[in-house]
Design a protein around this ligand. Structure first.
Ligand SMILES: *Cc1c(COP(=O)(O)O)cnc(C)c1O
Length: 486
């Protein structure tokens, strides 16, 4: 049922003797391969590679790329991921030779512009977060979490409080939060949510203590809800000597409106590849800078850029936890983020978040009569519905997600956050026109109607995609990841 092959395998196109390249004549002395590679590492049989022309290779990969869904092809409402459109002008910026053609071993004096960019970006991110100092080193959000937690750990140890080994994390948290804690050797203490979807403050009071290293929170949380008790929460954690970590992957909801530093947070990570104009979803490169309070600044991973007179220099903070990334991190991602911040300006950044939040609320209100809304509050940049009503009709959230593919949409995030049964997490972002939001709403409503009238059409979906319903458990258990000669 699923094996119709949409693009023939490149191996099946192979014709003996066909070539896709032409090399120039050798102009250096020829060296035989076994002089370069030890005998035991040499192949005994030649590799079986497809023999194809350049045109066939181009067609093959172009055809494959057209099977993909991306934000350039259609709406991509993947909650918690901020799959928004990234203006092309920021890609142009990264191809300027002064950015694209520099080398990390160049002397600082010859890359002052690049250092200035890193310095200014660090300052802007500190301003946006309401905090003091920034490192651009981490390469992703989860890497930023690791950096932030290592900084917290180093801070406690420096103050003779190395026994603090517990990190509080709400049950709605993104999976990377507990994983990062495990990486630095912290014990995760789960904090339950209350019926408004926020941190259960009474439960929190009972969970904090002398071993509390801190609390990791994303606010708005993964339900897309802003925790109104945040100042009480940070007070409770600070009162016992703990620190607060802000998972800023959701910054699309708060830019220019509220600053994590004002909410009492001591560390924030950003996902430049979600909020600040680097596309993501393909596995990188990304960037997860962290901004921290004044007390934590000496512990930041280096190098950071400092300004000395009118010169920019690399420096290592006094009690730095060390390096987390080779060289200076993913510089071209910084260039895009910097261009994005400058091109929007303070008011423009605020509008990004205002519109992202407006879009999410508009969509949520227009869907809540057909999909169960577990917490009926205004949301921030994303919202979570439940497929519970459809489940009673024999249709699961996964079927709804698959059916959306037939309508030309990437599926939303499903079955996350874990605290909502049959969760459907939708993040429209600020970059879509209202007409797209309306078309998506109509598709979701049509699917809800189909669940009543023709559930089989959902449970067997998708029908119009190049590959139809896959056997996901077999794909996970017996993956075939490379071509095998039959
Ligand atoms: C995406 C995300 C992360 C992790 O970011 P990566 O860059 O994928 O490592 C962490 N927390 C939340 C809430 C996220 O949405």
């Amino acid at each position: 049922m699923t094996t119709k092959r949409v693009v023939p395998l490149i191996f099946e196109r192979s014709t003996p003797g066909r070539r896709g390249y032409r090399l120039p004549a050798l102009d250096v002395p020829e060296v035989s391969i076994d002089q370069l590679i030890p005998q035991e590492h040499l192949r005994t049989q030649p590799a079986e590679l497809p023999e194809v022309s350049e045109l066939e290779v181009i067609r093959h990969y172009t055809q494959l790329s057209r099977l993909n869904h991306g934000v350039d092809v259609g709406f991509y409402p993947l909650g918690s991921c901020t799959m928004k459109y990234n203006p092309r002008v920021h890609e142009d910026v990264t191809s300027l030779p002064g950015f694209a053609a520099i080398h990390p071993y160049q002397p600082e004096s010859s890359v002052q512009g690049a250092l200035e960019l890193m310095y200014n970006l660090s300052e802007y991110l500190a301003i946006i977060s309401g905090l003091e100092a920034t490192t651009l080193q981490p390469a992703a959000g989860a890497h930023g979490e690791l950096a932030g937690l290592m900084v917290i750990k180093a801070f406690h140890a420096h103050n003779g409080e190395g026994h603090r080994n517990e990190m509080l994390i709400p049950d709605s948290a993104h999976g990377t939060n507990p994983a990062s804690c495990a990486m630095v050797g912290y014990k995760v203490v789960e904090v339950p949510s209350d019926d408004r979807g926020g941190v259960d403050v009474e439960a929190l009071k009972k969970l904090v203590g002398p071993n509390t290293a801190g609390l990791m929170l994303t606010n708005p949380n993964t339900l897309g809800l802003f925790d109104e008790n945040i100042c009480t929460i940070s007070q409770i954690v600070h009162d016992v000597g703990g620190l607060l970590y802000y998972d800023g992957a959701n910054a699309n909801a708060i830019l220019g409106i509220v600053r994590p530093g004002d909410m009492g947070f001591d560390v924030v990570h950003y996902n430049l590849h979600k909020t600040f104009s680097t596309p993501h979803g393909g596995g990188g490169p990304g960037s997860g800078p962290i901004s921290v309070s004044k007390d934590l600044a000496p512990f930041l991973p280096g190098p950071v850029v400092r300004k000395e007179g009118d010169k920019y220099v690399f420096a290592t903070p006094e009690h730095s936890i060390g390096r987390l990334k080779s060289f200076y991190g993913n510089f071209l991602v910084y260039a895009k983020a910097y261009a994005y911040i400058l091109s929007h300006g303070p008011q423009g950044l605020r509008e990004v978040s205002e519109i992202a939040v407006l879009h999410a609320n508009y969509m949520m209100r227009r869907l809540q009569d057909v999909y169960y809304l577990p917490v009926d509050r205004h949301c921030k940049h994303e919202f979570v519905l439940s497929g519970m009503w459809q489940k009673e009709l024999g249709v699961r959230t996964t079927d709804i997600a698959k059916r959306l593919l037939d309508y030309g949409y990437h599926a939303p995030t499903v079955y996350f956050p874990l605290i909502v049964d049959e969760a459907i997490m939708i993040e429209p972002t600020e970059t879509e026109p209202k007409s797209t939001l309306d078309e998506f709403i109509e598709a979701m409503r049509a699917i809800a109607q189909e669940a009543k009238d023709n559930p089989e059409n959902l449970t067997s979906a998708p029908h119009h995609t190049p590959v139809t319903r896959l056997d996901e458990s077999r794909a996970a258990r017996q993956p075939i990841l490379r071509w095998q000669k039959s």
